[in-house]
Design a protein around this ligand. Structure first.
Ligand code: SF4
Length: 434
């Protein structure tokens, strides 16, 4: 049977998609690139914003039409599946099975039951070994950088977030198991790993997260280690020290702030004040200058006043983030913030978002300008030059690089090369091969 998995959302979901693809492959199923070729389609969905959920339902509508023309099995997994459970069958009766986020390994069984003609097959139970996933089964898409889950679930309770409900409390993979996976990845040719967790720096699988980073960095053959996503309250001095001193830990930190107003942070239950967030950045000391720093902002959270938003703009300028991801607050079913009065006009929210993104654009340009003239290591991310003649690459600081290598040069995919930065735009750095 040929299968196709469509994934939305964060790296954790991406990696779940790789695990699910591996589970089906070891059962003899064949992966294909499109719905048209597939006999089984699995939607690996995300509920972080309303827009993402709309996309899933629109895709389900398209699959219903395909199913009217020919046999097709349709499955749904991801946070909306965990949250909606059997209600999904009511909304889209052509779904054959629903797989919960904490029951991934049950996929082959669910598919077999659906193949056998059972209808409305579902498993949204919580399996305690869900986070103990054999790497050998994972079918990784990126052959240069490997995603590695180290922790699943979240013990925080941000009022706008459904993750603690859909992914459960934190479960940590044992440190030795993570190291064994990273060693086998390095032996298999991977030079970069990204350690993943909904709250990655709360890791407690037999050592601290900082210790885990140090131990992973000792794995022979590995060149860069990245991690995502961090919570400010779990960002320790020890982690800051490793980040600025360990040459294998990529010089990049994504630390979500969400708002520059203490009042809004409290309504979000983020568990820190702006001063505490800034204190965490001070842990980095002088090493901070070597890193790039990015963050997340939610604009227009219920009750956000002009004053609150201006506070966010002040922190944005004060920290001078190198980049940020910003979105208008999206009320999600089942989250505590749904009970908060959300009466800010859409126009005001959009205006605030535009202002914030324009300011960020200027800061990112300034951040990129600082690279011009420097020589830095970058990893090649394409198998050949683009139609414009340059290669796509990525720096440790998470900058997108357009690299000119000359017509006669062939650059090996996934390798680190030295690049001299020649120009900066808000979205990428132009560079030439050294
Ligand atoms: S830290 Fe907050 S936003 Fe992040 S996963 Fe946990 S509850 Fe959600």
């Amino acid at each position: 049977m040929k299968f196709h998995i469509q994934t939305w959302g964060c790296q954790m979901n991406d990696h779940d998609g790789e695990k699910l693809s591996g589970l089906l492959s070891v059962e003899g199923f064949e992966p294909v690139d499109s719905v048209e070729q597939a006999e089984l389609v699995l939607l690996n969905t995300c509920s972080i914003r309303e827009k993402a959920v709309h996309k899933v339902y629109s895709e389900l509508g398209r699959l219903r039409e395909v199913k009217q023309r020919r046999p097709l099995l349709v499955g749904v997994t991801g946070c909306p599946a965990q949250q909606e459970q059997a209600a999904l069958f009511k909304r889209a009766p052509h779904i054959d099975f629903v797989l919960g986020t904490m029951a991934l390994k049950q996929l082959p069984r669910l598919v077999a039951e659906a193949q056998a003609g059972m209808t409305r097959v579902m498993d949204t139970g919580e399996y305690p070994d869900n986070h103990l996933f054999p790497s050998s089964v994972t079918r990784r898409r990126d052959t240069a950088k490997a995603l590695v889950t180290i922790t699943e679930g979240c013990n925080h309770a941000c009022t706008y977030c459904i993750v603690p409900t859909t992914r459960g409390a934190e479960r940590h993979r044992p440190c030795e198991e993570v190291l064994a996976e990273v060693r086998s990845l390095a032996t298999g040719g991977y030079r970069e790993v990204e350690l993943l967790g909904q709250n990655v720096n709360s890791y407690a699988g037999g050592c601290t997260f900082a210790e885990l980073l140090e131990r992973v960095s000792e794995v022979e053959g590995l060149e860069w280690i990245r991690f995502t996503t961090s919570h400010p309250m779990n960002f320790t001095r020890e982690l800051a020290r490793v980040l600025v001193t360990n040459p294998k830990v990529a010089p990049f930190l994504h630390l979500p702030l969400q708002s520059g107003s203490d009042r809004v942070l409290k309504r979000m239950s983020r568990e820190y004040t702006v001063a505490e967030y800034l204190e965490r950045l001070e842990y980095l000391g002088e090493g901070r200058a070597k890193l790039t720093l990015s963050t997340d902002f939610i604009v227009g959270f219920p009750g956000e006043t002009d004053e609150d938003f201006e506070a966010t703009m002040r922190v944005l300028d004060e920290v001078a983030f190198d980049g940020s991801f910003s979105f208008i607050y999206s009320p999600r079913p089942g989250t505590p913030s749904l009970r908060l009065k959300d009466d800010l006009p859409v126009g005001v929210k959009s205006e605030r978002l535009t202002r914030l993104q324009q300011s960020q654009g200027r800061l990112t340009q300034a951040s990129n300008d600082r690279f011009v003239g420097r020589q830095i290591p970058v990893r090649i991310e394409t198998h050949g030059p683009t139609e414009h003649g340059w290669w796509l690459a990525r720096s440790g600081e998470w900058k997108t690089i357009h690299l000119v290598a000359g017509p006669d040069r062939s650059l090996p995919f996934g390798e680190l090369v030295q690049a001299r930065i020649t120009m900066a735009s808000p979205h990428f750095l132009g560079a030439e091969l050294v």
